[in-house]
Design a protein around this ligand. Structure first.
Ligand code: MCN
Ligand code: MOS
Length: 771
């Protein structure tokens, strides 16, 4: 993978206000500060805690897709060597219902993490706790379960599934889309399917739970310490403050680790019942059924247009699968409704209940499948009217948010199309399908756009300037690999005026100042804002001391003339004192300066704060006020399709992206590439295959659930075209983490069409669909 050009592009745009950012300042290319700890094995992950008296739990899950548990015979398990506890729905302690992530109060008084009524294969129905892991595994195999089985609906294609339930909140309409479609000279209508997918993070789900009296400590990989702490507190009826979540390192989450799950409740309950700490790590197959992946979707996109390719109407209908006993809505019109200018629009969505674990968030939920529909459909329109697929996107460019009817805060999508096309060499493309080849390989070039909204929420941080002149940052936000440690070190370093090497960032402990979820690509904007504010007020205190304390060498100088840089405080024009921060603190007799900062409205009550950190109900809408805020991108992708075998290889990717100002281009590029790689997986490889007899996920392991490997990934070039967007965040950045996965699959599908003349509207594009 090459990265040339990027630094240049970013320097030109993002850093222009800030001069030449050194690597340690905001906008610099500092390498991950947590990297050495991870490479040397110093980084301690959740399951690596060594606790006295640790017992080991193993889950037992249902082998049918629907029915009731008639009986669980635990006698053999209970007398097996080392067994401490066998939990069934009858023997597990009572757990209270907890509010959902929006903060809605519980619908049930109690919560049963072990099911009596089975609604999907793999549902937890029992657990065994033993002295060792091996003993627990052996005993779990002795648990005998009998069922009364009932018919199941295995997936969306099941004839019994029906049309599903309309989700009125998803309806979006303006103009008269049906009439405009009927009157349009050019009409296209096509159905697009996206598959069920899984997050497949390297680190599995699991936790260690320990009770000390009424105090609960949980070591668990978490995208949201404060949200999960709230759930545990409500489940066990203890004050929020009694629950401590520890999660300094996380081996990937991709949306799956924001919530405490059924197995989490079982581990914490068994620790309480036993009076011993309990460790529970799910097996890889259990990871496929303990948290839902990306829901399978079906969309119909209907476009009415003029012969000039101008869109007059979009009619969009969508469906996503959800669980029998849980609701997940994958908002399928999120991109459809904003990407292109259209005077008439109608979108409606249903959900269909199938026997699965409730689907959940996977990188860009909503936007990702939404873009597959509209970005393929506009390619089909381009061919219908004989206009270049890039040109047709420019002809339909939305100058404002067509849905909210508000100005974009910033939208560098035109710039993205231009920069990407230039670098890719799009002008050399011959439009006819099957017109480009290299021996037996058919070559196809495809383009698609992507977008992700800017979500704004809340976080707080402490910044301390310590006696040795170093700076410490603390926050209960997390880093699952995206770079939080590093960008917060850069923010504090630049703001206080010390080298980034002198900053220590501590994250992943709910005892630290609080933070909302690391989801929806919001954390970087939120936490750089909070650290910037905390660091600014720490710096103000430092300068204040330097000016006002009679023992300071700067006593009686003008406050606003002191310069703090590189860990030193100097008077203007270099003719005054020049002392290190450590020397100044020593001279005024202070061992530290400490300040907190947050992104909360001023005078927020304690209750508001609690709500802001432990629910997502209070996030600020991306269309709040006068602007509509989003990140944008354009992907240009080359595929090579073997004419004889139908195998598709992605051979080249150039993507140009607008995430506003980048806090760290090296990390943002890495995030974007990660998203693109995941998009390649979605387009060509990933698919949860359901056994139609038992509703089981057949390929529930990393050998059979295919994710891209190095050999699948070509040269990927990413170009930043963002400009600072101060409507989106304190420092001008927009979201990075999810953006780049949006639009990759349609760009590949469009490239496959260009290569072969065959439209595959059903992901993943496997070779049998091409033959
Ligand atoms: N960044 C930047 N400039 C910006 C914004 C972000 O340089 N203007 C960089 C920073 O390095 C920052 C990172 O991009 O740490 C991600 O920032 P942001 O877009 O705010 O996303 P979050 O920090 O909220 O991270 C969550 C996001 C989501 S929602 C998923 S899903 C996802 C993703 O990040 N899961 C990931 N990236 C992941 N990366 C890894 N390695 N593992 C996951 O599980
Ligand atoms: Mo990301 S799917 O919002 O954690």
């Amino acid at each position: 993978m090459t990265v040339h050009n990027i630094r240049h592009a970013n320097t030109r745009h993002a850093d222009s206000r800030h001069g030449d950012a050194s690597d340690g300042a905001v906008g610099g290319r500092l390498s991950r500060v947590d990297g050495p700890a991870k490479i040397t094995g110093d980084a301690k992950y959740a399951f690596e805690q060594q606790l006295d008296g640790l017992a080991h739990a193993v889950m037992v899950e249902a082998t049918i897709a629907a029915g009731t548990v008639r009986a669980i015979d635990t006698r053999a398990a209970e007398t097996a060597p080392g067994v401490l506890l066998v939990l069934t729905p009858d023997t597990i302690m009572e757990i209270k219902g907890a509010s959902d992530w929006l903060g809605n109060p519980p619908t049930q008084k109690t919560y049963a993490p072990l099911a009596r009524t089975v609604t999907y294969s793999g549902q937890h129905i029992a657990a065994v706790v033993a002295e060792t892991f091996e003993q627990a595994v052996a005993a779990a195999a002795l648990v005998e379960v009998s069922y009364d089985e009932t018919p199941a609906i295995v997936d969306l294609s099941d004839a019994k599934a029906g049309d599903g339930i309309p989700i009125d909140a998803m309806t979006k309409e303006w103009g008269d889309a049906e009439a405009a479609f009927a009157a349009a000279p050019v009409r296209i209508c096509a159905a697009y399917n996206t598959q069920r997918e899984y997050q497949a993070a390297m680190e599995p789900h699991g936790l260690i739970a320990r009770w000390q009296g009424e105090e609960l400590t949980i070591w668990e990989p978490s995208q949201w310490l404060d949200g999960m702490a709230r759930t545990y507190a409500e489940w066990f009826g203890v004050p929020f403050e009694n629950v401590r979540l520890v999660s300094p390192y996380i081996g990937g989450g991709f949306g799956s680790k924001a919530l405490a799950l059924a197995h989490s409740a079982v581990a914490a309950a068994s620790a309480k019942m036993l009076g011993r700490p309990v460790k529970l790590v799910l097996t890889r197959p259990q990871n496929f059924t303990s948290y839902g992946g990306r829901a399978a979707t079906r969309q119909t996109v209907t476009i009415g247009a003029g012969r000039d390719g101008k869109i007059q109407s979009i009619v969009h209908r969508g469906v996503n699968e959800t669980a029998v006993d849980g609701m997940w809505v994958e908002p399928l019109a999120s991109v459809t409704s904003i990407m292109y200018a259209t005077p008439n629009f109608s979108s409606k969505q249903n959900v269909v209940r199938v026997n699965t674990v409730v689907p959940g968030a996977k990188r860009a939920p909503g936007e990702n499948p939404s873009a597959f529909g509209i970005e393929c459909a506009i390619d089909e329109l381009a061919y219908e009217v004989g206009i270049d697929p890039l040109e047709i996107r420019l002809r339909n460019y939305a100058e404002q948010d067509p849905e909210a009817k508000k100005a974009w805060s910033t939208r560098q999508l035109r710039e993205a199309f231009a920069a990407g096309a230039e670098r890719f060499g799009w002008s050399r493309r011959t439009p006819k399908p099957r017109s480009m080849r290299d021996g037996h390989q058919l070559i196809g070039w495809g383009v698609a756009a992507g977008t992700y909204p800017v979500r704004r929420a809340y976080g707080e941080a402490i910044v301390r300037i310590l006696a040795d002149g170093s700076v410490e940052v603390e926050s209960s936000s997390i880093d699952m690999g995206q770079g939080t440690y590093t960008i917060l070190a850069q923010t504090a370093a630049e703001t206080v005026g010390v080298p980034a090497d002198d900053v220590v960032v501590k994250l992943g402990d709910s005892r630290f100042p609080r933070a909302g979820v690391a989801g929806g690509s919001r954390l970087a904007g939120v936490m750089t804002g909070a650290v910037y504010k905390a660091a600014t007020s720490a710096l103000d205190q430092l300068v204040g001391l330097a000016i006002s304390d009679p023992r300071s060498p700067f006593h009686a100088l003008q406050a606003n003339t002191l310069v703090v840089a590189n860990g030193r405080i100097t008077a203007p024009r270099g003719d005054g004192p020049d002392v290190s921060i450590a020397e100044l603190l020593a001279s005024v007799g202070r061992d530290r300066i400490e300040a907190t900062g947050d992104t909360m409205p001023a005078n927020s009550s304690a209750e508001d704060r609690y709500k802001n950190y432990t629910t997502i109900a209070t996030s600020v809408p991306h269309t709040e006020g006068d602007y509509s805020r989003h990140s944008w991108c354009a992907h240009f992708i080359e595929v090579r399709v073997d004419e004889d075998f139908g195998t598709v290889r992605v051979s080249r990717v150039v993507s140009a992206l607008d995430s506003g100002r980048l806090y760290n281009p090296k990390l943002a590029e890495s995030q974007w590439k990660g998203g693109i790689i995941m998009g390649i997986g979605q387009a060509l490889l990933e698919e949860g295959i359901v056994d139609r007899r038992h509703g089981r996920i057949v390929n529930n392991n990393l050998a059979d659930y295919l994710v891209p490997t190095n050999a699948d990934i070509p040269d990927i070039e990413v170009i930043s075209v963002g400009i600072p967007d101060l409507h989106s965040s304190v420092l001008g950045g927009k979201g990075v983490g999810e953006l780049a996965i949006v639009g990759v699959a349609p760009a590949i599908a469009n490239a496959v069409f260009h290569a072969t003349g065959k439209r595959v509207r059903d992901l993943p594009i496997t070779l049998e669909k091409l033959i």
